[in-house]
Design a protein around this ligand. Structure first.
Ligand code: FES
Length: 108
C-alpha cells in the first residue's frame, strides 16, 4: 500500500461492508472520506460537530482522539447512541487508523 494511505472498512445501514482507501496527508476527516466514497453520510453541518448526521459506531480497537466537548454535547442529543458512538467528522485520518472499522448509525 502507498505511504500515507490507509484502508478503512465502513459498514453501511444495509450491513454491507465497503473498503475505502483514504489518504492521511490531506487533513480529511472520516465524514468527508465517506461522502467522497458516495456512502450515505450527510455531513449537514460540514463537519462542525453540530448535526450528528455523521454519527457512526467505531468497531475496531483503534485509539482515537478524545471527543471534544462539542462532540459530546452533540452525541448527548443524538439518537441511537452507544458507548462506541462518534461523530465521524471529528475523526481525522492518520496512519494509525489503518484498518479502522466503523458502522454508520441509523438515520434518525
Ligand atoms: S457533519 Fe455535522 S456533526 Fe459531523
Amino acid at each position: 500500500m502507498e505511504e500515507n494511505t490507509i484502508n478503512i472498512t465502513v459498514t453501511d445501514r444495509e450491513g454491507i461492508d465497503h473498503i475505502i482507501e483514504a489518504p492521511t496527508d490531506m487533513n480529511f476527516n472520516l465524514m468527508e472520506i465517506c461522502k467522497s466514497s458516495e456512502l450515505p453520510v450527510e455531513g449537514t453541518c460540514g463537519g462542525m460537530a453540530l448535526c450528528a448526521s455523521c454519527h457512526c459506531y467505531v468497531q475496531s480497537e483503534h485509539k482515537l482522539n478524545e471527543p471534544s466537548d462539542d462532540e459530546l454535547d452533540m452525541l448527548d442529543q443524538a439518537f441511537f447512541v452507544e458507548d462506541n458512538s462518534r461523530l465521524s467528522c471529528q475523526i481525522y485520518l492518520t496512519n494509525d487508523l489503518n484498518k479502522l472499522k466503523i458502522k454508520l448509525a441509523p438515520v434518525s
